[in-house]
Design a protein around this ligand. Structure first.
Ligand SMILES: Cc1cc2nc3c(=O)[nH]c(=O)nc-3n(C[C@H](O)[C@H](O)[C@H](O)COP(=O)(O)OP(=O)(O)OC[C@H]3O[C@@H](n4cnc5c(N)ncnc54)[C@H](O)[C@@H]3O)c2cc1C
Length: 319
């Protein structure tokens, strides 16, 4: 079986959940080779092995963070050497940019926003949702190495322990790589809440909230349940909540155990980012809101009355 390159992300010894999802998908296609930036500690290597990485390749350099283009080149050099069945990366803005640059360098085809990947007789078969998940499309790259950017929550990470071998390479900083340089980074303040894409419970607010201050109602419920906060595009565009929290076609895809949509109408573009949630609860004063077509439980009512009651009831039952 030939290799499948998986670009993994890790911070402070923790491998991201989406990287574990990519490893799980990669095992369907071949032997996963996890590609890590920087020196990964033992814990990272162990985790990658637990999820089936037969090999962990470390691209080691102190300058990686500063020169992101050089990272793509290093991955392309590795891919040219390994000739993998496919390269898998996350379908985030960064991941899609890496995928596009890799495809150019390798002369392969790129498929983004994949929600499933299966082995086919002629190479990986990729499922994508098109037109806000109104259509399901299956595609295959017909020329060169397939570069596939996969949306988070496409699959539940499954363990398949192996002991990985470790290989290393460095970074070549040529003229082209030096043209783009990251000058500074700002660490986002932690809210103490789980990551939106990784949370088991997501509470999202929409235009029905009527303002930024009212998002406190969403945060209160999220905190009572230990969940993450999401928002509709209308709320984000109004400046009520940060774009990083937007759920939907042009935001993040979530697939939690429980999704609570508050004051959200359920437009198709919003549904595209949350309709695979296991249980969906909607709070909306309009009984004909499209979100109720999809909800497992619906509360028809004014959110300003419903939300405080809900939080109080949770607190009462927890006491
Ligand atoms: C190319 C494109 C991409 C897009 N991408 C996204 C995306 O990623 N994510 C996304 O969300 N949208 C996206 N949209 C926008 C989408 O079409 C909708 O406009 C948006 O989702 C509407 O947000 P909303 O449900 O919060 O607002 P509205 O549609 O205005 O709905 C507000 C809801 O709140 C209810 N409400 C009002 N007051 C109360 C109250 N007091 N109590 C209870 N309920 C109340 C109303 O009955 C209504 O149903 C995209 C659109 C386009 C064209």
């Amino acid at each position: 079986m030939s290799g499948v390159l998986v670009l993994v992300g890790h911070i402070a010894g923790q491998v991201s959940r989406s990287s574990l999802e990519l490893l799980t998908l990669a095992r369907r296609l071949g032997n996963p080779i996890a590609v890590c930036a920087g020196t990964a500690d033992d814990e990272v290597v162990k985790t990658l092995g637990r999820y089936g990485a037969e090999r962990v390749h470390l691209i080691e350099s102190d300058e990686l963070e500063e020169y992101p283009v050089a990272w793509v080149r290093a991955v392309a050099d590795l891919a040219a050497d390994v000739q993998p069945q496919a390269v898998l990366t996350e379908s985030t803005p960064d991941g899609r940019e890496i995928a596009a640059r890799l495809a150019v360098r390798l002369g392969g085809g790129v498929l983004t926003d994949a929600v499933d990947v299966q082995a086919g007789p002629l190479g990986p078969v990729v499922t994508q949702w098109a037109f806000a998940a109104g259509y399901t499309v299956t595609s295959r790259v017909v020329r060169g190495i397939p570069i596939i950017a996969v949306k988070s929550n496409a699959v539940v990470p499954a363990e398949a322990p192996v002991t990985p071998s470790i290989t290393r390479s460095g970074l070549q900083l040529d003229e082209a790589a030096r043209r783009t340089r990251v000058l500074s980074r700002t660490v986002r303040e932690s809210t103490g809440r789980p990551q939106l894409t990784e949370a088991d419970i997501v509470v999202s607010g929409g235009r029905g909230l009527g303002g930024a201050e009212q998002f406190e109602l969403i945060e209160n419920l999220a905190d009572a349940l230990g969940g993450a906060v999401g928002a509709s595009r209308a709320a984000v565009d109004s400046g009520w909540y940060a774009h990083a929290h937007q759920v939907g076609q042009t935001g993040v895809t979530v697939s939690p155990q429980l999704y609570i949509a508050v004051g959200i109408s359920g437009a198709i573009q919003h549904r595209a980012g949350m309709q695979t949630s296991k249980t969906i609860v909607a709070v909306n004063k309009d009984p004909d809101a499209p979100i109720f077509e999809l909800a497992d439980y619906g509360v028809v009512g004014d959110l300003f009355q419903v939300m405080p009651q809900l939080v109080d009831e949770i607190a009462r039952r927890r006491a």
